[in-house]
Design a binder for this molecule. Sequence first.
Ligand code: AMP
Length: 368
Amino acid sequence: MFWTVSSTAGLGVKYYIDPSTYEDPNEAIREFAKEIDVSFIKIEEVIGSGEFGEVCFGRLKHPGKREYTVAIKTLKSGYTDEQRREFLSEASIMGQFEHPNVIHLEGVVTKSRPVMIVTEFMENGSLDSFLRKEGQFSVLQLVGMLRGIAAGMRYLSDMNYVHRDLAARNILVNSNLVCKVSDFGLSRFLEDDASNPTYTGGCKIPIRWTAPEAVQYRKFTSSSDVWSYGIVMWEVMSYGERPYWDMSNQDVINAIDQDYRLPPPPDCPTVLHLLMLDCWQKERVQRPKFEQIVSALDKMIRKPSALKATGTGSSRPSQPLLSNSPPDFPSLSNAHEWLDAIKMGRYKENFDQAGLNTFDVVSRMTLE
Ligand code: AMP
């Protein structure tokens, strides 16, 4: 198995291996996930329901080691071989990753029933419901969460892993507000689930989160993940609002095709909305890389005054979507012209206050 490739700098670069390329999926599980003795696990309560069965809270204690709180996903009885394979594929993927912003796999139970996947426990559950429930954080706390998600995605894209379903519902939050990317199933686009409007409509693609080239011709890449990341930024800054509100999937597709984009959520710092717009560039090669997103967010965290300038929005705007026709950058000489070009002239005063007056300064601000 080739999974260590020497780069020109002589450093080992580790790539993700798609478990479906294994002839025997059990071999992938053996290779990437530790088998846990079921007697080391105590299941305490059911906390949710997953695609394949219940998700429980519990404790894991290996002999001679300290006890951990864990989440335990179970595979409901009566499953087919195919379902077992799909269920365990998530563990074969997760087990290849090791990063503070990616959910950590403790191991699997496959030698007794029910089959289980055991991961670290994330006290605050999924990010979308957490934000809707809690609803009050400082801008710096929100940017800190976004930074964590971007760092997790930078790691995954460096591993050549394309997530395809990056959304706040698939980010988990622990008690220290650390956000971790989760949900690595291979199955989510395969079967129609009529009970779930996010994934229905024939194509099983979560339209509102997905880049246009992935919706149109299934071109999923780390750049389409960057588009989805921009939508996650919008979800976070709007405390879990539904992207594009009650618009239909077809209306969203049409609006995006006509270069409309989501406006800044209420009180959202302008620099963050500009970063979102960058993630939603029509041409995927023009979108920033996760590496650039992490450093842009780091800069904001180091210099929070950059987060002071916000638009005026205090509720859902009267004009729902922004027209974002690609401006002719070379012909723009100053920040005012640029803001006019992207129909954001109302931010001129904020830009002046922040000393962002030449186009050169502005273009570096959005790209870095
Ligand atoms: P999933 O099947 O991964 O979508 O999980 C279903 C639900 O279970 C999630 O929306 C979470 O609320 C909860 N959940 C899953 N994994 C964890 C975890 N590691 N820690 C805490 N809650 C979890």
